[in-house]
Every structure is written in structure tokens, then in C-alpha cells.
Design a protein around this ligand. Structure first.
Ligand code: DON
Length: 304
């Protein structure tokens, strides 16, 4: 039997002693204020045990990690109709690049790059009665934590500097792949990205993807087949132009966010969340990737 607590502590020791070459995301001014030396891990086993180390109970801005949760809600609502409006191929490009969107006539490469997540937000706006409130309640429900909230300051900060996302939304609109107003869709999108959660809440939320669609309280939220598809998208697209590197180094489906969080999972085994705000040039947590590489190497637990 592996001593998971000892493994997390070894990783903590090792990772907090290497030079943190990452940089906090300054393009969202509110995120630039987060101290770069934060570092935490939470590990949730499918059998119920939970382990943590470092700043794992501090809130981080989940940012693009929210794209998996919005995709999940949209998949619940419209099923395979989703794929009429976006593809499921890795983009090989940074998360906010617009060039492929134009070349491919307004059909985003996948739901985890910004343009794809904006289309997912549009779908939620069409299908939810009170979109922001209903989505937040969904996140609270699968995380079993009714204290989870938007950070309105982060959402507003991103809105004020969100030129690239405005460009993506306008381009989508020009191709007829956005049904609601640009302003309304982006208001929803900036809010979903601003959700604040800690590492433990993240491993709770992602439990469904490790447990064939059932949450920690054993309620079925997704079919096993939908889970298979979302995990495949996380593996191939969850780290943008670094998805290959993440599969190579870590070997798990997962998702990163520019708040420095990463959540990853091994089906039928565990979910793990790391937080280290310094990002590498691809926008993925510099130390989080190293911590996860060490975890799957030390435990020999990966999908490969
Ligand atoms: O739209 C954006 O640029 C941010 N709200 C989210 C980007 C993000 O987290 C990319 N992930 N690593």
C-alpha cells in the first residue's frame, strides 16, 4: 500500500526547493496580485481517503478549469448536438489564438480553448433559466460545497482587459456560431472563469470523471460514455499546445487554468489538484506540472 501522505510531502519538499521560473498571469490584472510562492496539493482517492499538503485549502481562481464544468453542464443539456458547433481535435495552438477559428469558419477546434468555451457559454445561456446562478449551483452540487462563489472582482478585471475574448466572440458571431449577445455570453464566461475554489473542492468536483459519472455522494451526473468523452478531451486538449507534453510527463487527463491550478485524474482511482500560481509560457502552472510528473512517477499510477 502506497503512503500517499509521505509521497505528497516529498513532492512538496522537492518542488518548493526548485527555482520557480513561472510567472503569474498578468493579463488579468487581478490575478497579478496573487503571491507566486503559494503551493498546495489535494489528493482524493476513489475509495474515499483524502490527503493534502501546503496551501491546498486556500482559494484560487479556477479560470480555464471551469471549462470542463461548463462543458459537462452543456453536455447534460444538449448531448451530442454539442459537436455540431465545435470539434474535438487538439489545436496545437495557444488557448487564445484566433487564426484557426477563421480558417475553420467559426467552428472552434475543441471546447477547452477560449473560443470553444465561449460557444459552450452561449449554449448554457440559451438553455439555463438563470444562467450564472444555475451554473454556480451545478458547480456547488457536484463539489458538495454550497459556499463556492464567483469572484466578481476577477470577472470585472478580466472584462476590462478581455479584448482577445471579445475578438473571439465577435468572430464566432460573424460566422453565426454565437446565438446570444456577445456582451451577455462574455459576462457569463468571465464569471465562470472567476469561480474561486481550493484544491479540495476541485478534487471533489472532478470526482465524477474518475467515477464513471457518479459524484462523491454516489449521484449519477453523467453517463459513463459522456465521462469517457470528456476525459478524452481533457487528455488531448486540456493543456492546449502543451497537451502532448502533459501526457508525456504526467500521463493523466486533466485541465489547467491561468490561476495556477491543475486538476487531473486516473479513472477508477483518484483525482488530484495542484496549485502554484507561476505559469510557464503556455499558461500552465510551472510547478504544478512538475509536482504531477513526480506523483505519477513515484506512484506508477497513470493511464499508460
Ligand atoms: O479567457 C481567459 O483568457 C481566461 N479567463 C482563462 C484562460 C485560462 O485559464 C487558460 N488556461 N490555462
Amino acid at each position: 500500500m502506497l503512503d500517499y501522505q509521505a509521497i505528497l510531502e516529498e513532492i512538496y519538499e522537492s518542488v518548493t526547493n526548485v527555482e520557480n521560473k513561472g510567472e503569474v498571469a498578468a493579463y488579468i490584472p487581478e490575478l497579478a496580485n496573487v503571491p507566486k510562492d503559494k503551493f498546495g496539493i489535494n489528493l482524493q482517492l476513489i475509495t474515499g481517503e483524502n490527503y493534502s499538503v501546503g496551501d491546498s485549502a486556500e482559494k484560487l481562481s479556477i479560470q480555464s478549469i471551469s471549462k470542463v464544468l461548463s462543458l459537462t453542464k452543456a453536455f447534460q443539456l444538449v448531448g451530442n448536438k454539442l459537436w455540431d458547433r465545435m470539434d474535438v481535435e487538439p489545436s496545437g495552438n495557444p488557448f487564445n489564438h484566433l487564426s484557426l477559428l477563421e480558417l475553420e469558419n467559426g467552428i472552434p477546434r475543441n471546447p477547452l480553448i477560449n473560443s470553444g468555451a465561449i460557444v459552450v457559454a452561449d449554449i448554457l445561456l440559451t438553455h439555463l433559466k438563470n444562467p450564472k446562478e444555475d451554473f454556480l449551483n451545478f458547480v456547488r452540487e457536484i463539489s458538495h460545497d454550497h459556499t463556492i462563489c464567483f469572484n466578481n472582482k476577477v470577472a470585472e478585471s478580466e472584462r476590462l482587459t478581455g479584448y482577445n475574448n471579445y475578438a473571439a466572440a465577435n468572430l464566432l458571431k460573424s460566422y453565426g456560431n454565437l446565438y446570444n449577445n456577445v456582451e451577455d455570453v462574455l459576462d457569463f464566461y468571465f464569471h465562470q472563469c472567476s469561480i474561486a475554489m481550493d484544491c479540495k473542492q476541485l478534487t471533489n468536483a472532478f470526482f465524477v470523471y474518475a467515477n464513471k459519472g457518479k459524484c462523491l455522494k454516489n449521484r449519477q451526473h453523467l453517463t459513463a460514455s459522456q465521462v469517457k468523452r470528456i476525459n478524452a478531451i481533457m487528455l488531448t486538449c486540456g493543456f492546449y499546445d502543451e497537451a502532448g507534453e502533459f501526457a508525456f510527463e504526467v500521463g493523466l487527463p486533466g485541465k489547467s487554468g491561468v490561476g495556477g491550478g491543475i486538476v487531473a485524474l486516473l479513472p477508477q482511482c483518484f483525482t488530484i489538484a495542484t496549485w502554484a500560481p507561476g505559469l510557464n509560457p503556455q499558461g500552465n502552472s510551472y510547478l504544478g506540472m512538475q509536482a504531477l510528473e513526480q506523483f505519477t512517477t513515484k506512484t506508477q499510477l497513470s493511464i499508460f
